[in-house]
Design a protein around this ligand. Structure first.
Ligand SMILES: *Cc1c(COP(=O)(O)O)cnc(C)c1O
Length: 397
């Protein structure tokens, strides 16, 4: 048996964020240990045999079991309120794991057309194995309902979406999924459990790119699938064991320590994002601002209900002059990092149409609402006045 941390019943999420994991090792370390070992030693051959046969729970081999990875998984599961979690090499590996663990040829998926570009590509690639995906509106639940088939096994949503910050109604999608005998998976990358807990709204599985807010300082690539422990153990652990899209203990450790400050980072970055979005709305060179925290956002009320009253830390906007106008604003910045990553303490700026969504066709991009004049800013912990001045240089020109 792998022991649990001895915490009183009912402690709060922030306490879990700094303490859930495993009890300390024999040395009593206060900060969680980084177990850089590929395998674990057994006292005798018979014990090794029992452990390999899954008859006795123990750490065996870091492709599928490692104490540092387990600590990250337990902590993230506690924050998401799912009971179980499995760490993966990246956010995309988590989605790959979802498909490999749950679906077979002949199964059907309903997915928002506004999800992360690589997610669309991955679901399209699975057509060659006979898994078909229907892409539907992010915001119109009736389209999800209409796309359901007897063979539908999975609904996949991401909210708010990247880069338009469109919000879908998790509870409504969960109802559609369950009525059709399917599961709902939600990519919770943009809000993180600090703002949004999809499982509490009815989602069965929660997907994470640990690369983003969970790490929080742009250091490592990581991912996770969170869900009920029984589902994780029966559907996903065997896939990890045989397919090996494993999370490295080092990357798990970075994310584990990142989770400790997730709550205060999300609060601080979201507060800055709201101020930036309000300021952008008042700029004459800005055509439109996309931010769920603004009353002008089409799903503002839903977002406030679903996201703990917060708009999150990603703000997108369109400028006059199409691609040239957008490039002008991006190139005039001196503080914002020109990179497609998000969730960093450093504010990042990107042109979605030519980067994160560059592999899509123009038709697919327009279906997702991504125009050439669009810019996405993922607000970090920079002083917001400095970010405003940074953007004003290009907007004024
Ligand atoms: C980045 C991202 C992913 C993919 O995560 P990686 O860790 O880069 O593989 C998936 N979904 C969303 C919403 C993302 O932003």
């Amino acid at each position: 048996m792998i022991p649990k941390v001895d915490l009183p019943e009912g402690v709060g999420l922030q306490t879990l964020a700094v303490r859930e994991g495993l009890p300390p090792s024999a040395w009593g370390e206060n900060s969680e240990a980084l177990f850089l070992t590929s395998s674990f030693v057994h006292p005798d051959a018979a014990t090794a045999a029992r452990r390999f046969a899954n008859e006795e729970e123990a750490f065996v081999y870091s492709r599928f079991s490692n104490p540092t990875v387990t600590m990250m998984e337990r902590r993230l599961a506690a924050l998401e309120g799912t009971g179980g979690c499995i760490g993966t090499a990246s956010g995309m590996a988590a989605i790959l794991m979802l498909v490999l663990g749950l679906l077979k040829g002949g199964d059907h998926v309903v997915c928002s057309q506004s999800v992360f570009g690589s997610t669309i590509k991955l679901f399209q690639d699975f057509a060659k194995f006979g898994i078909e995906t229907s892409f539907v509106s992010q915001t119109d639940a009736a389209q999800w309902q209409a796309a359901m088939r007897p063979s539908t096994r999975l609904l996949f949503a991401e909210t708010p979406s990247n880069p338009l910050t469109e919000v879908c109604d998790i509870a409504a999608l969960a109802e559609i999924a369950h009525a059709g005998g399917a599961l709902l998976a939600v990519d919770n990358c943009f809000c993180s459990p600090a703002l949004q807990r999809p499982a509490a709204l009815g989602a069965d599985l929660v997907i994470h790119s640990g690369t983003k807010y969970l790490d929080g300082q742009g250091r490592v690539v990581a991912g996770a699938v969170c869900g009920p422990e029984a589902l994780i153990d029966t559907k996903f652990v065997p896939v990890m064991r045989s397919a090996g899209m494993s999370l490295s203990p080092f990357n798990a450790w970075v994310v584990l320590k990142g989770l400790e400050t997730l709550g205060i980072r999300m609060q601080a970055q979201s507060a800055r994002a709201l101020r930036l979005a309000q300021w952008l709305e008042a700029q004459p060179a800005v055509e439109r601002v996309y931010y769920p925290g603004l009353p002008s956002h089409p799903q503002h009320a839903l977002a406030m209900r679903q996201q703990s009253g917060s708009g999150g830390a990603v703000v997108s906007f369109t400028v006059r002059g199409g691609r040239a106008g957008a490039f002008g604003v991006i190139d005039a910045t001196r503080i914002c990092s020109i990179t497609a990553n998000l969730g960093d303490t450093k504010t990042t700026i990107t042109h979605p149409a030519s980067t994160s969504h560059g592999r899509l066709s123009e038709t697919q991009r327009l279906a997702a609402g991504i125009t050439q004049g669009m810019i996405r800013v993922a607000v970090g912990l920079d002083d917001v006045e400095d970010i405003q001045a940074d953007l004003l240089r290009g907007l004024a020109a």
